[in-house]
Design a protein around this ligand. Structure first.
Ligand SMILES: C[S@@+](CC[C@H](N)C(=O)[O-])C[C@H]1O[C@@H](n2cnc3c(N)ncnc32)[C@H](O)[C@@H]1O
Length: 383
């Protein structure tokens, strides 16, 4: 992203991180899926524009999606017949919709349907739209401002679009404050689809409570859509040491998870860089003369603490699984490890190397294989 576009996010750097993930993931998804599906349906259920500064909406999720999907289409056209790209943009607010509609009319190379409606009243339209795409793969983005307007019961048909994937913004910072208020009980139960999550959440606090709020919700999204994989990743607050929201990603393909985890790693770098710059600017504007640059001065202890928390949990759970399943496929160990936020395949490899050196794990690789890799049938045996 160039500096000019980056500047559009001044004061709302969390959106920059969200858009980084959307941008990077969509491009790679379209390049992969576009080779085996004739159509890619992209559905933005809460399109905006919302606090957008770019004259051409370049800092909005809908314009980002169009840009990335068109780039993929162009690239795919170099070697084969490219997929049809179809977008459905939904927005409830009348003024915002007028802008969205104007933008939609300027788009070329992508079929766009823009609707001024509430998500609750547009589900049938979305399903019909997706069904009209031939041999289609559907990607649904749900990016609300709070916790209302997308109860689990309502979005279930969207989650069940197959083949398809869904990305949901879970507003952790709002949920943290409102989830236990009596007047919001019905709304949160509708969001989760049942009241049982309360029992698990009530004894928890701090990072554990934050994690449980999103994990319990993500599990329900996974079950409602019949997805094999679910991931969620924290988006840090621009200036404070806390998570502002989480992005939840559900997929039916291992490849999707691999790409999402790659993008997550990139997003962490982007977030830490931008958080460093925000703090640096604040100090300078307060009149402090600084000897060091933003990144040198940045205190990354919040990120490190969260990563350590997830690494520990993933590693402990993997140890238990290894002891229970003799032998365990490497692919299964990967599936478990990377289902935790901020845990990557490099971490898993590091644990296995150490366990091997300590004589705690035996690795059986098929003849001719030298590197531990997924899809090779490699096995791990706890000793
Ligand atoms: C967080 S903003 C979306 C931001 C946008 N996805 C982006 O990243 O650029 C949420 C948008 O959803 C709209 N909205 C709120 N409730 C809605 C509902 N029930 N159905 C459809 N749109 C809704 C709001 O007017 C707002 O424009």
């Amino acid at each position: 992203m160039d500096m000019e576009t980056e500047n559009l996010y001044d004061g709302r750097e969390q959106t920059l991180a969200k858009h980084y993930i959307l941008r990077r993931y969509l491009l790679r998804l379209a390049l992969i899926v576009g080779k085996w599906r004739r159509t890619i349906n992209y559905v933005d259920c809460f399109s905006g524009p919302w606090n957008v500064r770019g004259e051409e909406y370049e800092d909005s999720s809908f314009a980002i999606a169009v840009h990335e999907l068109l780039s993929a289409k162009k690239k795919l056209a170099e070697s084969s017949s490219p997929p049809n790209i179809r977008c459905f943009f939904l927005e409830e607010n009348v003024e915002a919709f007028a802008k969205l509609h104007e933008y939609s009319k300027t788009v070329q190379g992508v079929a766009v349907e823009a609707r001024n409606n509430r998500l609750e009243d547009a589900i049938e339209d979305i399903i019909r739209f997706c069904a009209q795409g031939q041999k289609a793969f559907s990607f649904v983005f749900i990016d609300p401002t709070g916790w209302k307007g997308f109860p689990l019961k309502t979005i279930r048909p969207l989650l069940q679009l197959s083949p398809g994937e869904v990305l949901i913004n879970f507003m952790t910072s709002h949920a943290r404050r409102f989830i236990t208020l009596d007047q919001e009980k019905e709304n949160f139960d509708a969001l989760y689809g049942d009241p049982e999550w309360r029992t698990e959440l009530s004894p928890l606090s701090g990072d554990e409570r934050d994690d449980a709020m999103v994990r319990l919700y993500a599990q329900r999204i996974r079950a409602a859509g019949g997805f094999q994989f679910v991931n969620y990743t924290p988006i840090f607050h621009r200036a404070e040491d806390r998570t502002h929201f989480h992005l939840i990603y559900v997929s039916r393909h291992q490849k999707g998870v691999e790409v999402f985890k790659d993008v997550e790693r990139g997003a962490v770098e982007v977030m830490e860089k931008m958080r460093a710059q925000v703090k640096h600017k604040k100090l300078i504007s307060g009149g402090q003369a600084l000897l060091f640059g933003a990144e040198e001065m940045h205190d990354s202890s919040y990120y490190s603490r969260l990563r350590t928390y997830y690494l520990t949990r993933a590693k402990n759970e993997l140890c238990l699984l290894l002891q229970r399943c003799q032998p365990l496929e490497y692919d299964q160990s990967w599936e478990l490890a990377v289902s935790y936020p901020l845990v990557w395949e490099m971490d898993l490899r590091e644990w296995i190397t150490r366990w091997r050196q300590e004589g705690r794990v035996e690795v059986c690789m098929p003849p001719g294989t030298k590197v531990l890799k997924r899809g090779t049938g490699a096995l791990l045996r706890w000793k």
